[in-house]
Ligand binder design. Structure first.
Ligand code: SDX
Length: 388
């Protein structure tokens, strides 16, 4: 076994062998099971893409229809999960609500039969089907309103927007939202997928796996950035303020949300597609002035930080699309989670076939053989500035 040099954040260290997706960060290429994301965004749907990611092949029409029907049948959540949500504080973040309710699913489907393909398929269907319902339910319930039951006449993405806004979306909005889910479905061994894999490697249940991943995605350095981008655009307020804002961030070494990536050193191909989706939405539903600020920000950062490979990532334009679709800012990351459940489950299933519990090593930097000092003999160390 070769022992690798320590690399902070495991940068550049392969943690798995996988055939689910491929990223070429230098040339801005993303493929799901070998198919370019640009093709899937135009020609596929989220559920077909989820099937491709999880089972490794594009489904036949019968396979896809059966998968879609299974998911439609499992969209509802137990009333006891809804009752549990009623106890969540109104001010709670929807990602915390989602992590809690995803883990709660494990209380109802506690059986673990990880070597049974039927169990695997049931878990995949239940999680893909119920996560959107839980996200939408919390949005209404946190205001003291009853959640909206899924509408079986609507497709996956249209139904989510219906449960969220209490009215059926127009077909353009449903299609654009579905493309957003496809774009966010998978991205090799990112932090939340790695979290899912580590949790999965102990052979716990898939609901705990997804709950771990949701908690990881919530952070502002990862999926939480999409919500922070809108906060930033609101703070900047106008195109004229962009340059001074960027200069201040650089001076203070403050990371600019929606920019930069561990792998991409050019514009994230998903950001390019999301930008065009935003423009398509604006043409149909009216302009968003924040878009001008966003484009100016992209141009200024290309000039100031382009040489360091800092370009827009997937989180930069997604919020402008979601805003136009009537999705509240603090639900942007739960929407990311709805999509990424497909990728997390694909890696969960792939890993189970060759599982080995994750247990990395460390570079120890502590002391050895120190004596135990009795409490009465312990003194508080004071540094040269007189601090404890
Ligand atoms: C996602 O991994 C994935 O695939 C994730 C994701 C997925 O689909 O799962 O693509 C989704 O998480 C996208 C990223 C969303 N996060 C953000 O937008 C938050 C802002 N971005 C940064 O925090 C950062 O770019 C990361 C976390 C995304 C990547 O950080 P790295 O690879 O650890 O880079 P780094 O912190 O080592 O920075 C390298 C240099 C530093 O400058 P120096 O100290 O060398 O002078 O680049 C600078 C950083 O200061 N830098 C930035 C910056 N990102 C990096 N400077 C200003 N603004 C930024 N956003």
């Amino acid at each position: 076994m070769t022992v690798c040099e320590y690399s902070p954040g495991l940068e550049g260290i392969p943690a798995a062998q996988s055939s689910i997706s491929y990223v070429d960060g230098k040339n801005g290429i993303l493929e799901y099971r070998g198919i370019r994301i640009e093709e899937l965004a135009v020609k596929s749907t989220f559920l077909e893409t989820a099937y491709l990611l999880i089972w490794g092949k594009l489904p036949t029409q019968d396979e896809l229809s059966e998968f879609e029907t299974d998911i439609l049948y499992h969209r509802r959540i137990k009333y006891s999960i809804r009752d549990m949500m009623k106890c969540f504080p109104e001010t709670g973040h929807p990602m915390d609500a989602l992590q809690t309710s995803a883990a709660a699913l494990g209380l109802f489907y506690a059986r673990r039969a990880l070597d049974d393909p039927t169990y695997i398929r049931q878990a995949v269907v239940r999680l893909l089907a119920k996560i959107p319902t839980m996200v939408a339910a919390f949005k209404l319930m946190r205001k003291g309103n009853d959640p909206v039951q899924p509408n079986d006449d609507l497709g996956y993405s249209a139904n989510f927007l219906y449960m969220l806004t209490e009215r059926p979306p127009d077909p353009l909005a449903a299609r654009i939202f579905d493309v957003c889910l496809t774009l966010h479905a998978e991205h090799t061994i990112n932090a939340s997928t790695f979290s899912a894999m580590v949790t999965a490697s102990t052979l716990t249940d898939p609901y705990a796996v997804v709950a771990s991943a949701v908690g990881t995605l919530a952070g502002p350095l990862h999926g939480g950035a999409n919500e922070e981008v809108l906060v930033m655009l609101e703070e900047i307020g106008s195109k004229e303020n962009v340059l001074p804002y960027v200069e201040k961030c650089i001076a203070n070494k403050h990371k600019i949300m929606g920019f930069g990536h561990r792998v991409y050193k050019v514009k994230d191909p998903r950001a390019t597609i999301l930008q065009s989706l935003a423009q398509e939405l604006f043409a149909a539903t009216g302009y968003d002035d924040y878009y001008d600020i966003a484009v100016e920000l992209e141009n200024v950062i290309a000039e100031k930080l382009g040489s360091k490979g800092i370009y827009p990532n997937v989180d930069f334009y997604s919020g402008l699309v979601y805003r136009k679709l009537g999705i509240p800012n603090d639900l942007f990351t739960p929407v990311f989670a709805i999509a990424r459940v497909a990728g997390w489950l694909a890696h969960w299933k792939e890993q189970l076939a060759v599982n080995r519990i994750f247990r990395p090593t460390q570079v120890y930097q502590g002391e050895h053989n120190l004596p135990y000092i009795p409490i009465e003999a312990r003194v508080v160390a004071i540094d040269s500035n007189g601090n404890k």
